[in-house]
Design a protein around this ligand. Sequence first.
Ligand code: ZN
Length: 436
Amino acid sequence: MNGIIAFLTQYNHARRLNRFSNRKELEAYQKKAVEKFLKTVLPRSTFYCSYLEKHSIQEWRQFPIIDKSIMMENFDGLNTAGIKKEEAFKVALQAEKTRDFTPKIKGITIGLSSGTSGNRGLFLVSKAEQMAWAGNILGKVLPTSLFFGPKQKIAFFLRANSNLYTTLNGFKIQFHFFDLFSGLEKNVAELDEFQPTILVGPPSMLRLLARAQKEGKLSIHPIKIVSVAEVLDPMDQAYMEDVFQQRIHQIYQCTEGFLGFTCSHGTLHLNEDILIIEKDYLDESLGKFMPILTDFQRTTQPIIRYRLNDILTEKKDPCPCGSPYLALEYIEGRCDDLFYLKAKKEDKMVPVFPDFIRRAIITASENIEEYKVVQESNAKIHVYLLCEGNKNKIENQVRDNLYAILDQLECVLPELTFSYGIHLEKGAKMRRIQRK
Ligand SMILES: [Zn+2]
């Protein structure tokens, strides 16, 4: 019952996208909401109890900034459900093996975030939190009302089925899950049969579907297409928008929460109705920062001043939609994928933003259909290409472009190597810019 109320409350709030007419109103609401949240949650988290002795609730911005590794180190003391890390890992890993993705302890769902084996995160959410999350996401993303609109058929490409969504079948929505691990042909045939009105999936999969549509193997006519779980590359976006003749929307979402979504103008806005975002600037003049999240809805595993390892770029001009929520130019990817190259003049490393690499490749030649760029060492970058036309010419154009930007950044120019064809590992996240 609690779950349904949480769902409906969030759904209704999210539906009213214009409920804050300006920044000042939004910030006043956030202040009230975060203080109310901290007052109920902090005393239940032993990790934060010690900070409460030193600071009042109003001084919460003095609390430490945490990240995934600090969260994991202090897992037992941080969560308010009394769940031990060891036990949670055991349950989560067992579930991974059996591909049962709904492991629970004491009614709390355990989520395992991706990462290298030593750096995997454990996330805890209660049923009510999940329902609130689903309400918020559907309220913002559904093009029509859950109660009064036409029935929407949502095709959802996921790593794993989630029984969360199936509990929502029965409203004016019908979910159909497609397993990213299934073969493409099977998925295409099933999708063609289902005829979704809304299509949701990671861009690497959406791109394959767009190609199938272009080749006549698929014939669907969704009214909304939403990219999730991976960085949406402008090149993929343009290809899909051309095939499906509509805007590709985005949901910015990870195990740490539902963070943002695109408005009707295609601008990505952060969910400041449920989050406070502080900015840790990587380069303020370029507007590039890592977000520090305070989520005033997560009570089981509080997310308070939690730094996410993502690079975001602020939008310079206000969005024409008028939303007071922070607008982004784009999400560039994980900080782990920042390239670092030796500086020409000094003894230091120069960070190169994924966005610079991306633009250098995309603008090199119209014949490039897809790419992947991997920094293999301090002195070596490998470029994978899928292209038509004269390979030598394209390689030279890519080299010229990349060297021009790296030279401008005063880096020692790395060795550039090329190969053709891009291998997609089934079920793995696609990263077009990657540092090894
Ligand atoms: Zn907007």
